[in-house]
Structures are given as C-alpha cells and as structure tokens.
Design a protein around this ligand. Structure first.
Ligand SMILES: Nc1ncnc2c1ncn2[C@@H]1O[C@H](COP(=O)(O)OP(=O)(O)OP(=O)(O)O)[C@@H](O)[C@H]1O
Ligand SMILES: [Mg+2]
Length: 339
C-alpha cells in the first residue's frame, strides 16, 4: 500500500481572498491531501468550509480577489501551480475534469448537447467531425441516456435535471481524465436520481480507472461511495482517514456533530439535531481552534491556540486538543457542555 504512487498531491495549500485593506478571507488555509489512481476521495463539511475553493485551486481557477498564496498541487509529480493559463487549459479537459452542482451553469443554453460534447472531443482528442459525433452518441449511451441519437440534437433546457447531470458526466469523462472532480454533483436532484447519478459515477470510475474527488456535505454519501475522506472546517482539514474508519469512529467533535445531523442517525441519537452556531467568517477566524465557539468539549487551551493536525491513531488524523498528549484523559471524562 505505502509505495503506491499518488496521482494528486496537495501540500499546505493556501488560497486567500483579499477583500479589502483589513480583511483577508482564508478560504483554504494549509490543506494537504493526496489521491491515488482510481480512488474516491471525499471532502465533506458545511457550507463555507472551503471545499469548492480547494477544488478550484487544483484547477487553478481562482479569480481575483482570490489568490493561491502558498503550497503545492501536483498531478503525477507535475507541479500545477506554476503552469501558465494555456498549459492549464490543456490539463483541464485532458487530465482533470470537473462537474458542478448545477449543470445549467456549465452547459451552454444556445448549443445542442451534441455540439458541446463534440467540441470537447475535437479540441482535446483531435477527432474529426463524424468521429466526434459517433463518439458523442456512444458517450450519451454509456451514461444511460435513452435515445442518444435524438437527444444529441436537443438543447440543455429540453432535458430534466437528472439527464443534464448525465450529459455533464458524459462531457467530463469524454477525454478519459485521470481525475474527476465532482462538486456536489447531486444536491440539485431528487433523492432517487441522486443515487442513480452517484452509481453512474462509480461505474464510470471503475470503467476508466479514474480517481474522483467527491465534494459533498452528506456523510451518507461518504459511507457509500468514498475510499478516503477529509472533513473540512474553516478552510482546514480537521479530520482525515479512510471512509470506513470515519464512519466507525469519528474523532473530531465537529465530525461527530455532522453525523448526528444525518436523518438516519437522528432516529437513534437525539442529542444534537444540527451543530449549533455557524462557521465564523473566513476573514475573522478566532485565535484558537476555529471550531471552539461551537464545540461541546471546549477547553481553555482551545481558545488560545489552534491545534495541529496530528495522527491520533494509525492512519487517522485529527486537529483537536482532546487527542494531543494528555488530552485523552480529558476526553475520557469530558461530556458535552449543556447547550
Ligand atoms: N469570491 C469570493 N470572495 C470572497 N470570499 C470568497 C469568495 N469565494 C469564496 N470565498 C470565501 O471562501 C470560503 C470558502 O468557500 P467555498 O466556496 O470553498 O465553500 P464550500 O465549502 O464549497 O461551501 P458550499 O458547501 O456552500 O459550496 C467562503 O466562506 C468565503 O469566505
Ligand atoms: Mg462549494
């Protein structure tokens, strides 16, 4: 296991937004993670925790006033942060592609489905018009679109949300990328369609041996589809381990709060409906642990300094003083403060 190479490696990535003279939003603040070929890596966390900005940083799609100010992103050992726009646009589409939460924003309303897929195939794969057309029909068929021969001539608005998302997947896999980034690919869809789309993604992943960075706020999705997982809070990873291990034993109080807000867990555990409070704004994080103001286990030290991400158990990293030396004793006796 240990010597298997990484496909994507992110090290100490920092992406900040310079809002005005006094305010800097630390959207991504020292994130490190790596993804192996064919693996599904999930990023979870509440709204505003920095998931999308991490994804967009990988693709070098951060716009002003945002900027990647530090760290490294490498694909197959090739550093991406120093690439030019031209070099990056080649990598996006050939090696890495991305699907978004709302496919309407990524599909062009004035072109047919066919035009949009064939354009990618002609640009990135150098296919001729006829070849590109045939391949586009094939791709629509692969992603489970019925009557692909007819649908190819339709416009995005003529399709249902689920069908549009299938088209997005067809476009994303058209160049057989090594890495597919799926940013909440199913949140706009109803529940039965959600699982169909996620199953389709999994099938495509196996077929093309793609790695997938799956962004979600749903731990149920993590349990079912991910190999590894990082929980983000306030621009940082607060817990990282295998998906199996996380579901078995959440260590960070924030992760525990997240799982307890899941509908399936509510039936058996009624302590917390959702985590009280909200993420502090990214330009105004507290000095100590960024979760301290909402944490039921908060200790004095938590408001004084921000804990490091440490390996609390084998291959299980957590950013919390409860797991630092001496912290475990406190953990044994700690009980959530009364709300
Ligand atoms: N254009 C922008 N200008 C200023 N700050 C921004 C901008 N875009 C993002 N941010 C900051 O980055 C933080 C992280 O945003 P991001 O979009 O990565 O969150 P997310 O985890 O993807 O949330 P969601 O679940 O809502 O998609 C935000 O809280 C915000 O402070
Ligand atoms: Mg997002």
């Amino acid at each position: 296991m240990g010597d298997e190479r990484n496909l994507l490696m992110i090290e100490q990535l920092k992406t900040y937004f310079y809002l005005d003279e006094n305010r800097v939003a630390k959207a991504v603040d020292g994130v490190s993670l790596s993804i192996k070929p064919g693996e599904t890596f999930a990023l979870v966390g509440e709204s505003g925790s920095g998931k999308s900005m991490t994804a967009l940083s990988i693709l070098q799609l951060i716009n002003k006033p945002g900027k990647i100010i530090d760290g490294s992103v490498s694909l197959d050992g090739m550093e991406l942060i120093s690439k030019t726009d031209k070099e990056m646009s080649k990598i996006r589409g050939n090696d890495i592609s991305m699907i978004f939460q709302e496919p309407m924003t990524a599909l062009n309303p004035v072109f047919t489905i066919g035009d949009q897929i064939t354009e990618i195939l002609r640009k990135h794969k150098g296919l001729k018009k006829k070849e590109a057309h045939n391949r586009a029909v094939e791709l629509l068929d692969i992603v489970g679109i019925p009557r692909a021969n007819e649908i190819i001539h339709e416009y995005p608005h003529q399709l249902s949300g689920g069908m549009r998302q299938r088209v997005m997947i067809a476009m994303a896999i058209s160049c057989e990328p090594k890495l597919l980034i799926a940013d909440e690919p199913t949140t706009a869809l109803d529940v039965t369609i959600q699982s169909q789309i996620l199953d389709l993604l999994k099938e495509m992943q196996e077929k093309f041996n793609m790695a997938v960075l799956l962004i979600t706020h749903d731990l149920g999705v993590v349990a079912e589809y991910a190999d590894r997982v990082a929980v983000m809070y306030g621009g940082q990873i607060v817990e990282q381990t295998s998906a199996k291990q996380l579901i078995k034993e959440m260590k960070h109080p924030y992760s525990k709060g997240l799982i307890q807000s899941l509908p399936s867990f509510k039936k058996t555990q009624s302590r917390l409906d959702a985590i009280p409070g909200t993420i502090p704004p990214a330009y105004d994080f507290p000095h100590g642990c960024r979760f301290s103001a909402r944490c039921p286990f908060v200790m004095d030290i938590c408001t004084q300094s921000n804990p490091e991400l440490i390996e609390a158990a084998s291959d299980h990293h957590v950013r919390c003083f409860l797991y630092e030396e001496g912290g475990a004793d406190i953990h044994e006796t700690a009980s959530p403060a009364a709300k």
